[in-house]
Design a protein around this ligand. Structure first.
Ligand code: VG1
Ligand code: CO
Length: 563
């Protein structure tokens, strides 16, 4: 198998974002485009003689991309590839496989929750040996390589049949095709109290129904194996669980807007516990009849109840963390439990160093990402089973009254208070408008022109006084690397907060995210604590839009999505 060198020219814009390189499929399909990026990855990490994992969410163009990685990887001296059957591994499962088999790294073919199919998105992401997304110094190196690339190497061997579990070869390299689900199931069984969950669910088949929606993403086979085959739930407890290359035409993002198939079924069939996951399986939404858990609350509640989860019972909880825009609910749990806690920039890669250093156990992001140090990615099914474990344990403590999602929420707010939280997304707006908005807030920061000004909401009459504005910068406590410009934060004298950030995962135009948070202390009483989120934030949102002149800069009256 001779190594061939193919001449090529650089493409613009092959800069990995918050979570890898994400572009339209048509962009990846251009001659040499995918090849260039794979070669740039291999030039940035020294994978000679190494083992690489390949997996992904099975979206359109994945099979072709797997064969391209084999061609170029083998030519660049990769000794062994471990590949999920049919090229499928959820993002958390891939993280686990990298760690478990001590691979050097992994290439994940996913654009997460972005729609798939010939006219939608594809993505390529590199994970390092701890199982987590490559840190910025590595992705920057890749980007630099893409700007100067002149050739890539290939070996032309017959394509590998990805549907056959077992050993194969590609040119001089070994290939191992593995079951996509088996190792992940073992992992979750080591973490959670499966017998407790099973006995609770099986004794409440009528009054505590469960429904999981895979949104035709990668988690279908995982959820079926875990919920139906292992926990003994009826097969009607899972829906949309056949992974499809275009996700059935849907938008595989677990939130109230895009996971409407779950929301409708939960309401119609009185499902006490509903959940969904995104295209690549790292996000989750917890949603029962009349009960929605915001991701910021979800991670705080998991942290509060960690002692009922065997993994934490055994290893203890080392520390807690959240991404900066995520509400501060988890901070309050850390304070009460005397744990160390951290605020990191958006994107899971920032949690990895803290976990590797043994200082972080449970963390989350407001964007429906929750996880722990069992792997180095956020983990949708982990969060869902964590909730089932907590519900089962809470019910074991309360034999006479069925405890549901809302009971856990109200109890939590009563102890810690509540952080009302919402995010407004303005997708695919013109980049100039987005930059002008950022510049406008930066001006106010520089000139101190907004600090101590008071703003009144015209609809609620609520008054908000700005106490400060800053640009969030993070210094990694472990490797001391600095990440600046990670979002603009406007703070108010009542403890409220508004954050503006540009998305790093979009495939076209700019996306502006506005995050709003208002804290209500336990002393405020039940009616203040258990209100509706949109109502609770109405005044603050109005004021945030006014201060930022968002409508003026973006020319949008309404956000694309509210979560
Ligand atoms: C978004 C979310 C962020 C998340 C990232 C990857 O990034 O806000 O919290 O980590 O997506 O998630 P951004 O830069 O667009 O705001 V996933 O499920 O796409 O891997
Ligand atoms: Co995802």
């Amino acid at each position: 198998f001779p190594v061939k060198e193919i001449q090529t020219n650089p493409f613009e814009g092959q800069k990995p974002g918050t979570s890898g390189l994400r572009k339209r499929v048509k962009v990846f399909q251009q001659q040499h485009y995918t090849e260039n990026f794979i070669q740039a990855i291999l030039d940035s990490v020294d994978a000679k003689g190494a083992t690489l994992v390949i997996g992904g969410d099975g979206r359109y163009f994945s099979p072709e991309a797997v064969q391209t990685i084999l061609k170029i990887g083998s030519a660049n001296g990769v000794a062994k590839f471990i590949i999920g059957k049919d090229g499928i591994l959820s993002t958390p499962a891939a993280s686990n496989v990298i760690r478990k088999y001590k691979a050097y790294g992994g290439i994940l073919l996913t654009a997460s929750h972005n729609p798939g199919g010939p006219d939608n998105d594809f993505g390529i992401k590199y994970n390092v040996s701890n199982g987590g997304p490559a840190p910025e110094n590595v992705t920057n190196k890749m980007y630099e390589k893409t700007k100067t690339i002149t050739s890539y190497k290939i070996i032309e061997a017959p394509p590998v049949d990805l549907s056959k579990i077992g050993e194969a070869s590609y040119g001089p390299s070994k290939v191992s095709i593995i079951d996509s689900v088996a190792d992940y199931l073992i992992l979750l069984q080591e973490i959670f109290d499966f017998p407790l969950i099973k006995s609770f669910l099986n004794s409440h088949t009528d009054d505590y129904k469960v429904l999981f929606d895979g949104l035709h993403g990668v988690t279908g086979p995982y959820a079926s194996k875990i919920l139906v085959d292992t926990l003994g739930l009826p097969s009607s407890s899972v829906q949309n669980c056949v992974p499809l290359p275009d996700f059935g035409g849907g938008h595989p993002d677990p939130n109230l807007t895009y996971a409407h198939s779950l929301v409708e079924a939960v309401e119609k069939n009185n499902i006490a516990f509903g959940a969904a996951s995104d295209g690549d399986g790292d996000r989750n939404m917890i949603y029962g009849k009349g009960a929605f858990v915001t991701p910021s609350d979800s991670v705080a509640i998991i942290a509060h109840w960690a002692h009922v989860i065997p993994y934490f019972k055994k290893g203890g909880v080392k520390g807690l963390a959240r991404s900066m825009p995520t509400s501060k609910a988890i901070d309050l749990v850390a304070q009460k439990k005397g744990l160390e806690y951290f605020e990191v920039p958006t994107g899971w890669k920032f949690f990895g160093n803290l976990m590797d250093a043994g200082r972080l156990s449970i963390c989350g992001e407001e964007s429906f990402g929750t996880g722990s140090d069992h792997i180095r990615e956020k983990d949708g099914l982990w969060a869902i089973i964590a909730w089932l474990n907590i519900i089962a344990a809470a019910n074991a403590e309360s034999p006479n009254k069925l405890v549901g999602i809302n009971d856990l929420l109200t109890a939590h707010y009563k102890t810690y208070g509540r952080s009302y939280f919402s995010r407004y997304d303005y997708e695919e707006v013109p980049s100039e408008g987005a930059n002008d908005l950022v510049a406008h807030i930066n001006d106010a920061l520089k000139n101190n022109s907004l600090t101590n000004t008071t703003h009144t909401s015209s609809s609620t009459g609520g008054k908000f006084t700005i106490s400060g504005i800053y640009n969030f910068e993070y210094k990694d406590p472990i490797d001391h690397s600095v990440s600046s410009n990670q979002g603009q934060v406007i703070t108010f004298s009542d403890g409220s907060r508004v954050v503006f950030r540009l998305s790093g995962t979009g495939s076209q135009g700019a996306t502006v995210r506005m995050y709003v948070e208002r804290y209500v202390a336990p002393e405020a009483g039940a009616s203040e604590l258990n209100g509706d989120t949109a109502e609770g934030l109405k005044g603050l949102i109005e004021v945030a839009l006014e201060i930022s002149k968002l409508k003026h800069f973006l020319g949008r009256d309404k956000p694309t999505v509210i979560t």
